[in-house]
Design a binder for this molecule. Sequence first.
Ligand code: ADP
Ligand code: MG
Length: 700
Amino acid sequence: MRPTVLDPLFAPVSTLPGIGPKIAKLVSGLVGGLPDRDATVADLLFHIPHSLIDRRHRPGIAYSENGDIVTLDVTIGRHMPPPRNSKAPYKITAFDDTGQIDFVFFHPRGDWLAKTFPEGERRIVSGKVEWFHERPQMVHPDYSLKPEEAAQMPAIEPVYPLTAGLASKTLQKAMKAALEKLPDVPEWLNEAHLHREGWPDFKEALQTLHAPGEKSDIEPQSLFYQRLAYDELLASQLALALVRAHMRTLGGIARTPSGALQNAVIGALPFQLTASQAKAIEDINADLAEPVRMLRLLQGDVGAGKTVVALAALAQVIETGAQGALMAPTEILARQHFASMAPLCEKAGIRLALMTGKDSQKERRIRQEQLDAGEIDLVVGTHALFQGSVTFKDLGMVVVDEQHRFGVHQRLALSGKGQGVDVLVMTATPIPRTLVLTCFGDMDVSRLTEKPAGRKPIKTVSVSLDRLDEIMSRVGAAISEGQKVYWVCPLVEESEKIDLAAVEDRHRVLEHELHQRISLVHGRMTADEKDAAMADFKSGATRVLVATTVIEVGVDVPDATIIVIEHAERFGLAQLHQLRGRVGRGDKPSSCVLLYKGPLGETAGARLNIMRETNDGFLIAEEDLKLRGGGEILGTRQSGTPGFRIARAEDHADLMEIARDDARLILETDPDLKSERGEALRCLLYLFGRDTAIRLLRAG
Ligand code: ADP
Ligand code: MG
């Protein structure tokens, strides 16, 4: 039950003045209401201004700069209405001690103008100055007041993100009314913590953000902003902790096999595990031995060797007689996992199968029968594997590879496929720690911090597309020395046809220039065609593979040493890093050529610089987060940090960690949120829409 003190905040925005049904829709879209209902007053209040107008700025007409919002103390001069039937604007001149300005109006009502700007009288006028043909003008001033009324104009006005069709004044008026409804809420933060940070209470924080005194008040580092960001982070961390505690009570199965199967897998490897691979396997074994479900994230830069860790983990579960599943984001990758695991599985005696969306009905039926009969121990597939009706005799573990491609929904859908299923999520995009916390909460994390021994760093250069001929002849020289080369062309969804033509074109040109057969892989080819092309490249039958970004994720040809990325300026940092990770997998030095089409924009230039300067995936991920909000890294379209309205991963990372510890402590001391603070925390969960977690609390 929602605490009644919150009722005024949960009224729909349409109850506010100036917000009819149509405007309510616009507002809801803007402030993030649910699709099936109007936004609430609380939703509106969490819509924080992004900047201010300072109406105290009074430079005088001559000293007003182009684009400035200024307040002028002027004497109104002549009105110059346009001739009849003319589309020209209506102009009013005005002057002060420093100079003269035109106020400009389109489609005005003449009587209103005459009343508001009476000739020869003094007025305080505020708005945006623009210089046009060396003369200052102000189109549709925001205010025109008699000197004695000047106090009606707010000195500082918040500016909100808007949407088409919604006027700033409408939103401001509604916001004012919403603030008046703001009740006193019980304090949910720890007294000592509050005191230490010097934070205001919830109400004061919100009031100040909407009626700031200074620009610094609305910056992410202000005490007011921080307080609210912390509230939101705490709500999210608390909700995640509640979900997690609930999952734990559902129980898992303690798996304590002898480890023989895992050892057989590891023994079949042609190399030694790295220390962090061994540590990750140890972590996983410990999780599996506990009678609770495993929920672990395996993070490792591209090429760090996550697949082996996954197979070792699966072996442990399979030894106890249960089944395992590995989900890959693309069909190519599923096939590749299957191919690389097959020899190890055969040696260890694990019955492995491949299932993809391209299987025939008959193949699919046979696989399904084998899964139900327990004749398959491990199935590798694309997410098609988990759609629809696929069932298992006894599914014990799911490994999700390259998590960021799936999105949150699939991740949740997974846990439903079996009872007490252990989940291992592998990600090759090194999600920054801050985002791990935001999205996975208190998930356990293993990190592969070192590359397998003997790897050489990758040399990265950026080269203008103008020098294409030079690059092609260097590639020619490299392959005559026996090297293998990836040549990547971008594939942008909106113009798939054009890009397809571009990749086929590039393939033709390269074959012609290099006088040899070259492999080609793109999304429009059949699985068999792709397989054949990949196999040729892997075996060395061809030495160059031209591909669209289908090779981005996980493809493994250890003796490829050069990757050329065309139109590198079109790719994001994470994607460039993923692509570059296709080389540098063997013991030979490798290089990456970023071919760009100039002139480069600022962000694109910054990206290419970062790529040249570092090979460290975690550093790149942090930089990526700075260059664009967290949303894009996770493949969601929103700007800002996904799932959050106020807190921002790039500004409030430190708060995130404190909130996580806070949430943990709260649930240790008050697992049912029954104490006085616990009751207040329930308010917090409702306010930030995290109240479904409350239902997981024990009844009563
Ligand atoms: P990723 O973490 O990107 O998924 P993979 O699991 O595809 O990396 O491994 C990349 C390559 O490194 C593979 O060819 C794999 O066989 C090899 N590899 C994995 N672990 C080691 C190791 N400890 N020593 C040497 N090579 C390794
Ligand atoms: Mg991989």
